[in-house]
Design a protein around this ligand. Structure first.
Ligand SMILES: Cc1cc2nc3c(=O)[nH]c(=O)nc-3n(C[C@H](O)[C@H](O)[C@H](O)COP(=O)(O)O)c2cc1C
Length: 264
């Protein structure tokens, strides 16, 4: 592509983004006012420990199910017709943010159970809650649940063989054209979003693993071709996920020797 063509493509893409943002702004008001959506927000706040759990949920008896080899403990209740489920830790209390960070591990074996669409949306909400440089949010997501596509991706991702088993993958893409105010931070922004989603998945009883795509050129090209991602967009990482069929213990990686106070 010559520089003039590249410029023309970027200008076209910027115009497309502006049209998309205008449409999104128009839609945003009614969505925020939707009471069902407020309940979703509250559910996510409870999950992330930002607000107190609903008294109805605290009163609900703890339940447990066995998924593969995993024992999952949770409380569940209906709040205004909306099913709310919170995962419990071994002490029977709700997993808080620090606990989710401490106990998360890369899970590479999954049951066949599909992940419900409402859960997928809550994961994407967590991803999009990540901080980004100047709040530019230079990300796009491809949700892949198609078996043939998931299997196909393994051909270009040596570290992504667990996709053959996973019921779902979320492909994190960088859209550098969205960096209109400050350029070059998309790797950090997409990493923050990836980690947010990994933690949200773990807090909801799912197992997940980060598969690196960028900067390996062959992997970037392979994922782009298989999922029809535009040339101006960079597939950055993939999270493979599903209900866990393996459990790994938390690892304490704290190393005091890596800490330098005030100067190195
Ligand atoms: C940037 C990045 C790329 C990774 N790529 C892969 C990968 O391609 N395949 C894989 O199985 N795990 C991958 N991982 C997961 C790491 O192997 C894992 O996080 C690490 O071994 C620590 O284990 P834990 O996540 O269970 O704490 C990746 C992690 C990061 C942060």
């Amino acid at each position: 592509m010559n520089p003039a063509e590249a410029q023309a493509r970027i200008a076209a893409r910027r115009a497309e983004i502006a049209r998309h943002d205008e449409r999104y702004q128009r839609k945003a008001q009614p969505i925020r006012a939707d009471p069902r959506n407020q309940r979703t927000n509250r559910f996510l706040c409870v999950l992330s420990g930002l607000c107190k759990p609903n008294p109805g949920l605290v009163a609900a008896p703890p339940r447990q199910v066995i998924r593969g080899k995993i024992l999952l403990r949770f409380r569940q209740t209906k709040i205004s017709g909306f099913l709310v489920r919170e995962i419990l830790n071994p002490r029977g209390t709700i997993m808080d943010t620090l606990e989710a960070i401490r106990t998360r591990r890369s899970i590479r074996a999954y049951t066949r159970q599909p992940v419900p669409p409402a859960t997928v949306e809550s994961l994407l909400r967590a991803a999009m809650s990540a901080p980004s440089a100047m709040d530019q949010r230079p990300w796009q997501f491809v949700v892949v649940a198609d078996r043939a596509k998931l299997d196909g991706l393994t051909a270009c991702l040596p570290g992504g063989q667990m996709l053959k088993q996973a019921p779902l993958a979320i492909v994190f893409c960088a859209d550098p054209v969205r960096e209109t105010k400050l350029q070059g931070y998309w790797m950090q922004d997409c990493s923050a979003a990836t980690q947010n989603l990994l933690l949200a998945a773990h807090a909801q009883g799912l197992g997940a693993v980060w598969i690196g795509v960028y900067p390996a050129e062959g992997q970037v090209r392979g994922v782009r071709e298989r999922l029809g991602i535009p040339e101006t967009v960079v597939p950055f990482s993939i999270v493979a996920l599903g209900y866990p069929a393996e459990q790994l213990p938390p690892e304490d990686r704290f190393d005091r020797s890596r800490i330098h106070v005030n100067s190195w």
